[in-house]
Ligand binder design. Structure first.
Ligand code: DON
Length: 611
């Protein structure tokens, strides 16, 4: 196990959701009503009923959620209502950047890119230029696309590069100059903008440039995050900027980032080439080389984002558009929901039987994830099989109604032997974007490059640096995800769009949090479409997690009643607390507009901004 396990990656995720109403005849300022109204439209699982809508809104009441008595959140809260457009991300300033662009006539893609660049300034924990991500787009005219701007292994990378002389894993895939993949963020966002945006890169970069050049006021969230990550960042060159006078940036002070502002201006002037072959590339390569890094100018020059077809799946008549490999997110969510759909009706939320069904589905989907998925440019990925309903029915047969199956037993039958940030956008025309981006850990590899002014990722740890041995997230992955030069490391990022039975945009969702991204994103979706919760409740509902190995069902403290926990143990489940859930940001259609809910487990007010 690597030494950096103690580092905080739980919050290194950004989910941004931007959305705008297609038809908002009834601007409704009651967020509770809007929120409840929308979930109330959901037909019961398996029912194929017509939705009762009025002017793009809905008519019935939501089903109240029931949480365990000691659970930290109460049901019945509301989200942020916006009649026209809204962005939900981990930074209110970044959400406001997207909102500003939409107010100026930009569409959801323009806003998503503006938010993405602004996050690199205001949320250095996970927002980035030095990382990568995934974006799923659905335009109102029905076009869909997925942009894979995941980092790739440098050309000088090799299969065993993180093994020490004793054959054991070192921590170099997690921390320091050798932990970084070649960044894809600037290329990916620029490509999405060029194809689906309406504004120039220069225009959408303006809010980010302003925030970097003129500065922004440090809040307690940034202060605390810097304080927590101090030992780590201070080892590298970010010390002076983030700890002036030896202390973290203080709340209430103005924080300027002139180097980053300069980099952003260069990108605005010369496009992504400024980053991949121009001045920024020079400065990045020099800075990395100085610390023993292996990224070269050739690596940067040959980086290309990939356009992919989103995975399209269904769950009881709802349609999901989600991210295909090189992320595992879409496949694993699809496989999980397909297994759950084989149940005639799922038991009530929070019950022993419900938890057993969910955990069993995750366990099986993660076995496939960990052994069969990898970069499709390098390995064969059985995508059609894994996402098929037939295969889900086969897997269902391996679930005993009253017993947990140990992962090693299942692996023999199923396996073939062999701080992130998410944002979502919907605009007034009904275009939707959902994006997750990351530098992996909070503040990535810890390496801050003073020249271009940003943190580099530690994404190399998402590879199976030693197949069969756990990575930082405890994921035990196989040969399919072994390191090779130019290869994308497997991700769990799961940006997802859900359409209702009429094909209308319903939910824009995604998360940060390593493998918990998959389980948390799918549980928010299930809570809405299966358990009929309002989005606010769906986000607050207690979450569980199972990733096959370690063979443990994890649940949030007090998220299951003691009686349920005892029953699960009696069924053979290893049950343990889930420390730190994922960080989800989501938007859902509501009566006369949109409701956005940013992660309730984060402290502070909602970070969604809309109009
Ligand atoms: O791509 C992945 O699956 C990971 N690099 C995501 C890391 C993450 O979400 C960090 N956490 N909060």
């Amino acid at each position: 196990m690597q030494t950096m396990m103690v580092r905080r990656f739980g919050t290194a995720a950004v989910v941004l959701a931007i959305s705008a109403a297609v038809a908002c005849h009834h601007a409704n300022t009651s967020s509770t009503l809007a929120d409840q109204c929308f979930t109330a439209m959901m037909p019961a699982a398996g029912e194929d009923v017509a939705v009762n809508t009025i002017g793009g809104g809905c008519a019935a009441q939501a089903v109240p959620a029931h949480f365990p008595p000691d659970w930290r959140f109460k049901a019945g809260e509301s989200g942020t209502f916006a009649p026209t457009a809204v962005v939900a991300s981990n930074s209110a300033l970044a959400s406001a950047a997207g909102d500003e662009i939409m107010r100026a006539g930009g569409n959801a893609v323009d806003a998503a890119v503006a938010t993405g660049f602004a996050l690199a300034v205001t949320f250095p924990f996970a927002g980035n230029l030095g990382g990568g991500g995934y974006m799923v787009i659905r335009m109102a005219d029905g076009r869909t696309a997925a942009v894979d701007y995941r980092e790739i292994a440098p050309l000088a990378a090799s299969r065993d590069m993180y093994l020490g002389p004793d054959g054991k894993l070192t921590d170099e895939s997690v921390v320091g100059y050798r932990a970084s993949g070649v960044p894809g963020a600037v290329a990916g966002m620029s490509a999405a903008l060029a194809k689906y945006g309406t504004k120039s890169l220069r225009e959408v970069l303006q809010p980010a440039i302003r925030l970097a050049a003129e500065g922004f006021i440090v809040d307690s969230v940034l202060f605390t995050s810097l304080d927590h990550n101090r030992d780590y960042i201070e080892r590298f060159d970010g010390k002076k900027l983030f700890y002036p006078n030896g202390e973290p940036l203080q709340p209430g002070t103005r924080f300027h980032q002139p180097a980053l502002a300069r980099t952003l201006r260069l990108i605005a002037d010369r496009g992504p080439d400024a980053f991949y072959s121009g001045e920024v590339a020079d400065s990045l390569v020099t800075g990395m080389k100085r610390g023993g890094g292996i990224i070269t100018k050739e690596d940067l020059a040959r980086y290309k984002p990939e356009w992919r077809q989103p995975i399209v799946s269904t769950y009881h008549g709802y349609k999901l558009l989600t991210m295909p490999p090189s992320s595992s997110g879409g496949v694993t969510i699809t496989e999980t929901l397909n297994i759950l759909e084989t149940f005639d009706s799922l038991p009530p939320f929070g019950s022993v039987a419900y938890t057993h069904a969910l955990a069993s589905a995750y366990q099986r989907a993660f076995i496939d994830r960990n052994s069969k998925l990898g970069d499709p440019a390098f390995v064969h990925v059985p995508l059609d099989k894994l996402t098929s309903k037939t295969y889900a029915r086969e897997l269902r047969k391996t679930i005993a109604p009253d017993r947990a199956t140990p992962t090693p037993v299942l692996e023999r039958t199923i396996a073939d032997g062999n701080h992130t940030t998410h944002y979502s956008v919907v605009d007034g025309a009904g275009n939707a974007v959902t994006t997750t981006t990351t530098i992996n850990n909070g503040y990535g590899s810890g390496v801050y490059l003073t020249g271009p002014g940003f943190f580099m990722n530690d994404e190399m740890d998402d590879f199976a640096a030693q197949p069969g041995k756990p990575n930082m997230f405890g994921l035990v992955q196989g040969e399919q995800n072994a390191i090779a030069p130019g290869k994308r490391m497997l991700s769990a990022m799961s940006p997802t769009i859900v359409l209702d039975h009429q094909g209308k945009l319903l939910l824009v969702v995604g998360a940060a949090g390593g493998p918990r991204i998959i389980t948390a994103t799918s549980q928010v979706i299930l809570n809405v479409i299966q358990n009929h919760m309002t989005l606010a409740d769906a986000m607050r509902a207690p979450r569980l997690h199972h990733q096959a190995l370690p063979d443990t069902l994890r649940f949030e403290e007090h998220g299951l009643t003691p009686e349920v926990v005892d029953s699960l143990k009696a069924m053979g489940w290893n049950v343990d607390p889930l420390r730190g859930s994922a960080n989800v940001n989501a938007i859902m259609r509501a009566n006369g507009g949109w409701v956005a809910v940013t992660e309730p487990r984060d402290r502070g007010p909602s970070r969604a901004v809309g109009h």
